[in-house]
Structures are given as structure tokens and as C-alpha cells.
Design a protein around this ligand. Structure first.
Ligand code: IVH
Length: 678
């Protein structure tokens, strides 16, 4: 740890003022303008810093500090209403320990270790609203506002299909009256995508996330605009009726809400034990993306309302509930520059070089911009503040620019006219998305091709990845895939970073890669349209590469699951002289390219026997015969000698048969070979 000088009181006061100013500015942008320029998580981080500072030094608190009031999203253009009960917010927990600490505080206050049940619900990332029903009719819809006063958005919420205008829709349930239902207005992820696409088609690029779009939609003065946005309402609570006719637990509340015709979130669970609850919420993070709407965590509530109410409120947070927050996945940062990479097919991909930013547990400096059409469509410019998403296994990508944050100095991004690696002209067909490097021998393309060939999805050459491949290319030891199999231990020993063990391991993986089944070879070749499924289908119908190479598009289309475009792609690939040459070189280098022998055809029956194959066999190719022999423990050699056990001869045999006869070696036909195997 480095010694940090203790900050002076002046410096702390300064920092607190600075944080307040930032928070005020961001609140205004978020709540009033509807166009925030930082993410919620970043806002929370600023808020938490100020809150911690003020807790440590209460003399820094000012009455107008953002920490001293519930955040307000009031909009001066809309009429105001007063909430019958204040709309509070939730304390947060980020870890299992913080959940336990929450429970421990409750135990202290209750002065009993009574069993408590909990309800866990999704924490919707949308806009909170309160709906009032009088005699079963929707009479008021209001935003949360500052928690005490909200905006009257009745006409707008009426346009939301999942907001019932009359409850119950049918049946006998008689709702309390008046009834105040609370919930969240969200936009489903797929609805948002479709909406965003249609808006972009009209040149509107403002809509970059569901949450802000939902919020903006609700605050329209013209309900027709709200109606055109795909909003969905999820109910999560009922305000206690003074006459005691409302349910006594959260679980019953959700059941009643459903019966009254409201949507409630999926995955709502009740727990009697904290450990089970914690295991559930921790595991839930992995599932968050499978929900139809965005959530930023889960809400944990004490089920029993009597206990919940008895616990009271601290600051603006009820003690009986807590938000378990997932790490943020969306952050904003600045786009410094754009670098361009070239893939194995020659496609140019723009990458955003970013001001480093911490998201989902890692600092990122780069994010993909997908393609130049996307860049143009989203109107991303150099110098923009951009939103970045890093979620699960997905590569971080640029969601879009924050147009409101522009200074005017931002510069448009245009596709390059020459390849950044080989300076060949860039090719682009009008109406197509991709820009290509026009040079099939572009060194970058070749490196990527070989990398793909050696990767797990291809021949899976263990111990050989991008760095090693680039080193081999640079030293001139390889020029293409086939050269990999000609590498010698002596050559590798000359390279930096290759110790004996590493050399040995690489030689072993190369030898193993040579005998991978045909379907892996097909995938490794990078034929467009040929992934795992198609490769398997092709091999099932054409167990040898020779057969596949001579197949026509008609032949291929007789295979269920292969349509004209894949068939055409495969045929064209094999017609290309360079590709045929590549296959010939791989073969020469010893890559077997035969179909995998099913387990049922394996045995040790031929162990110790050496075979020589000659001529054309009636039902199988030489490759297949070799695979069959090897799968049953035998060896195949290229020439007849005294060590040869059998010669397997088909039609059009030549000198090998004569030599076998001269040496007195038994000659078998295909049926004879098969007879040796169980
Ligand atoms: S219960 C004291 N349940 O989260 C407030 N709130 O930070 C208790 N939210 O603005 C509210 N999903 O709108 C509750 N299933 C859920 C929720 C939820 C999202 C929002 C709520 C409030 C914020 C609290």
C-alpha cells in the first residue's frame, strides 16, 4: 500500500460539493430531460461515495444534499398528485455477507429469533408507477416523483395493455376500494430491439436502452406517443387499505394481484431459510439474461406484513426489504479511437478503443463496434461518450452514443479504403454489410485462418494459439495450415519460448490433430455455412472427402437440412483451385480426413497386424478402409515388405499385388478384410 496523505477538511468539503454538483446535474438529465449520460451504476457509485463521506463527517451534510431526500423524477409540465403513502426506496446488498448483515439487524430489532419467511422477486429495471382503482376502475396513474408527490400520467398508463382498466377482468374476486397497486413499467428486451430497429429505420437513434425509453414514454404529454411504445406493467405491491381488507403477506399479495388481472414477475420464490435464499440469489445472476426484461438485481422482502411494518423505516429505506444488486453490466465511457481488425474471411471489423472503464468485474479498454453499417446506423462518432455493455460470455460491445453529451467536436467514423494490414483495396458491395480486404493472401487473413484451423472448433491443436501461430509465420516456418504438420522439433527449438517439454507437447498435439475425424477437418477449413451441424450432416452422407469434393449442389440438397445457399457455398469452396490445393497439401502432410468410426466398429482384432491397401475397393474409399483398420488396432503402411501381414486389394491394382504374391503374403478383398473384424 502506498502512503496516502490524510485529506484536509477543506479537501473533503470540496469533494462533497463536487459530488453534489455532479449528482444534481445527472439527476436533472435523468429525471427531467430523460437523457442520462452516465449509467445507473455510475450514479449509484457517486451517490454512495457522497453518502459515505457524509456519514463519516456529518458536519459536511447540507440540507439540500441529494442524500437528504428521495430522488425526484418530477416533470414540471405534468400535473401533480400526492401519494397516499410515501414511495420509498430500497437499501442495497451486493454480497451474501451483506444479506446476512441485513438479517442480523432485523434480529436485533425484533429481539427474537423467530422464523421469518422471505419472498424474492426480480428487481425490475424500469420506471415505478402507482395505479389507483376506485370501485374496480382505474382512476389514477402516477409516477413515483420524489416519493411524496408524483406526476399524474393517467392518460399515458391507460395506453399500456398490461394495465387493466377494470379489475378483476372476470370472476368473483372483489378488490378493496380504493386500491393502490404499485409496480414497474418496463420494455421487454425483444420488444425494445424491434422498436429500436423501426425507429432507426426512420433515422431515430436516441433510443439506446429499454429503461430510459420506458421512462421517456411515460412522461409524454401526448398519450398517442406513449401508446406507440411497447410498454409492459408488472405489479409488485399493494398499499395497505385502512380497512384491513388487503392481504397479510407479500406472497398472498402477489396471488391477489394475479387474480385481479395483473402481470407479476416470473421466478418469484418464497423461502423459510436464509441459506437457501442466499444460494438461490447467488445462482440467479447466471440466469438474469434469460428473463424477458432487464433486472439489476433481486428484491428480498420479509413475507409477513405485520413484521415488515413493525421494522419501520431507516432514512428512506424500509428495514424489512433489501435489494440484492448484481454487478453493473452497462457503463459509459469515452470512445478515443477506432482500430480495424481483419478476420479470416477478410471482413473488416471496427473496434472501439476506450477510456478504460470497470464493468462486470473487469477493466475494459476495447469493445466491438460490430461492423461499419452498425457504426453508421447508431451514428457513433470519435470522441463520443458511449454506453458499453459487458454481459456474461458476450464480448463487450458499444450500445450507442450519448448524443446529449456531445460537445460538437466529435468526428464521424468512416470505413478504410485500404486494408490496414496489407494495403490492398477494400471491397464493398452496395447493399451488403461487410467491407472486405480484397487480398486472399493478406498476412492478417492467413494468420486468422490458421488460428481458426487450430482452434477448438477446428482441429483442436492443443498448445497452439494466436501468439504461437504469429511467431511461426514471422519466422517463415509456416505459410499455411499444412506446414504446421511439417514442423520439426529442431525448428521449434530455435524459437523463443520453446523448451523441451513444450516442443514435445506440441509435436504430440500435431500428431493427434492429423487423425481428427472428417467433420472436424470440414469445420477447420472454415467453409462458410459449415458449422458443427452441417459438418455432421455432410459426413453422414459423404464419409470421405473425395466423395464430398465431387458432389454437386443437387447431391447436397438431397440432404435434409441443407438448402441451396449452403450447398452452393460448399460446392463453390471445393471448386476453388486454391482450396483444392490446400486439401492436397494437408493430405500430403499426413492429415487423414476420414470419417470417425462409430464405437460399435472398434476392436483390438487387428492388433499387431500391418496392412497395405491397393486399388479401388467396391464400397469404401482408401481413407475409410484405413480408418477401419486403425479403429480395430491394425496399422496401415504404404509399401509391401516382409513385415506386411495382409494386402487388401481392390480393382485396378498394380505392382503391390505382384510384390505381395512374390513374398507369399495373403491378399484380401474388401469382404476378406471385413471378415477379420468382429
Ligand atoms: S418493492 C421500498 N419490488 O426498486 C420500496 N420494488 O429501490 C419497495 N423495484 O423504485 C418496493 N422491482 O420501483 C419492489 N419487485 C420489486 C421491485 C421494486 C423494482 C424498484 C421500485 C423502487 C426501487 C427501490
Amino acid at each position: 500500500m502506498t502512503d496516502q496523505p490524510t485529506p484536509t477538511m477543506d479537501a473533503l468539503r470540496h469533494r462533497a460539493e463536487d459530488l453534489r454538483a455532479q449528482l444534481r446535474d445527472h439527476s436533472h438529465r435523468y429525471y427531467v430531460l430523460g437523457t442520462p449520460i452516465i449509467s445507473d451504476a455510475e450514479f449509484d457509485a457517486l451517490f454512495d461515495e457522497l453518502d459515505a463521506l457524509e456519514k463519516a463527517y456529518p458536519e459536511l451534510i447540507t440540507p439540500d444534499s441529494p442524500t437528504q431526500r428521495v430522488g425526484s423524477d418530477l416533470d414540471e409540465r405534468l400535473p401533480k398528485i400526492t401519494h397516499p403513502a410515501p414511495m420509498l426506496s430500497l437499501g442495497k446488498a451486493y454480497t451474501a455477507d451483506e444479506i446476512r448483515a441485513w438479517r442480523a439487524r432485523i434480529d436485533k430489532l425484533l429481539d427474537t429469533s423467530a422464523r421469518l419467511a422471505y419472498v424474492v422477486e426480480p428487481k425490475f429495471d424500469g420506471l415505478t408507477v402507482a395505479l389507483t382503482y376506485t370501485a374496480g376502475q382505474l382512476t389514477l396513474g402516477a409516477t413515483r416523483g420524489d416519493g411524496y408527490t408524483g406526476d399524474d400520467v393517467t392518460a399515458n398508463v391507460r395506453t399500456i395493455r398490461s394495465v387493466p382498466v377494470k379489475i378483476p377482468p372476470s370472476g368473483q374476486v372483489v378488490p378493496p376500494s380504493p386500491l393502490v397497486v404499485r409496480g414497474e413499467v418496463v420494455i421487454h428486451k425483444d420488444d425494445f430491439k424491434a422498436f429500436q430497429e423501426s425507429m432507426r429505420a426512420q433515422g431515430e437513434t436516441r433510443f439506446i436502452n429499454p429503461r430510459n425509453t420506458a421512462s421517456g414514454a411515460l412522461k409524454q404529454l401526448d398519450p398517442a406517443i406513449t401508446a406507440a411504445r411497447p410498454l409492459t406493467f408488472y405489479a409488485f405491491g399493494i398499499v395497505d387499505a385502512p380497512d384491513g381488507t388487503t392481504p397479510r403477506t407479500q406472497w398472498e399479495t402477489l396471488t391477489l394481484l394475479r387474480a385481479l388481472g395483473f402481470r407479476v414477475g416470473e421466478d418469484i420464490r418464497r423461502f423459510d431459510h436464509l441459506d437457501a435464499l442466499i444460494a438461490y440469489v447467488e445462482a440467479f445472476e447466471g440466469q438474469r439474461h434469460s428473463l424477458p426484461y432487464e433486472i439489476d438485481g433481486l428484491v428480498i422482502k420479509i413475507d409477513d406484513f405485520a413484521t415488515y411494518n413493525a421494522l419501520g423505516v431507516v432514512g428512506k429505506n424500509p428495514r424489512g426489504a433489501v435489494a440484492y444488486k448484481f454487478p453493473p453490466e452497462v457503463v459509459t465511457t469515452r470512445l478515443i479511437s477506432v482500430s480495424v481488425s481483419v478476420g479470416r474471411t477478410g471482413v473488416l471489423t471496427p473496434n472501439a478503443e476506450l477510456e478504460p472503464v470497470f464493468v462486470s468485474g473487469a477493466t475494459i479498454r476495447q469493445a466491438t463496434l460490430n461492423n461499419f453499417e452498425d457504426v453508421a446506423r447508431k451514428d457513433v462518432r470519435l470522441g463520443d461518450r458511449v454506453q458499453i455493455k459487458r454481459a456474461g460470455e458476450v464480448i463487450p460491445f458499444v450500445i450507442g452514443p450519448l448524443v446529449e453529451a456531445r460537445s460538437g467536436a466529435e468526428m464521424p467514423i468512416t470505413p478504410p479504403t485500404v486494408c490496414p494490414f496489407c494495403q490492398s483495396p477494400v471491397a464493398h458491395t452496395e447493399g451488403e454489410v461487410a467491407y472486405y480486404c480484397s487480398n486472399p493472401r493478406c498476412p492478417e487473413r492467413v494468420a486468422r485462418e490458421i488460428e481458426y484451423f487450430a482452434s477448438k472448433g477446428g482441429l483442436d491443436i492443443e498448445g497452439l494459439a494466436e501468439k504461437g501461430i504469429r511467431q511461426l509465420l514471422e519466422k517463415g516456418l509456416i505459410q499455411d495450415e499444412a506446414d504446421l504438420f511439417r514442423l520439426t522439433p529442431e525448428q521449434l527449438a530455435e524459437l523463443e519460448g520453446y523448451a523441451d517439454l513444450k516442443i514435445q507437447n506440441l509435436m504430440t498435439s500435431l500428431a493427434a490433430a492429423k487423425t481428427r475425424p472428417l467433420e472436424s477437418v470440414l469445420m477447420a477449413l472454415g467453409i462458410s455455412g459449415v458449422g458443427t451441424t452441417v459438418a455432421k450432416l455432410l459426413v453422414k452422407h459423404f464419409p470421405s472427402l473425395d466423395a464430398l469434393m465431387t458432389a454437386t449442389t443437387d447431391d447436397l440438397q438431397t440432404i435434409g437440412g441443407i438448402g441451396p445457399s449452403i450447398a452452393g457455398g460448399v460446392v463453390a469452396w471445393f471448386q476453388d483451385a486454391e482450396h483444392r490445393d490446400k486439401i492436397a497439401r494437408l493430405r500430403e502432410a499426413g492429415v487423414t480426413m476420414t470419417a470417425n468410426t462409430p464405437a460399435a466398429m472398434r476392436s483390438e482384432a487387428l492388433t499387431g497386424l500391418t496392412f497395405v491397401l491397393t486399388g479401388t475397393l467396391p464400397t469404401m474409399t482408401r481413407d475409410e478402409a484405413q480408418a477401419l483398420i486403425e479403429a480395430n488396432g491394425g496399422k496401415v503402411s504404404g509399401s509391401v515388405s516382409k513385415k506386411t501381414s495382409y494386402v487388401v486389394a481392390g480393382e485396378n491394382v498394380g505392382s503391390k499385388r505382384e510384390k505381395a504374391e512374390a513374398l507369399g503374403i495373403t491378399i484380401l478383398d474388401e469382404a476378406g478384410l471385413k471378415a477379420l473384424i468382429p
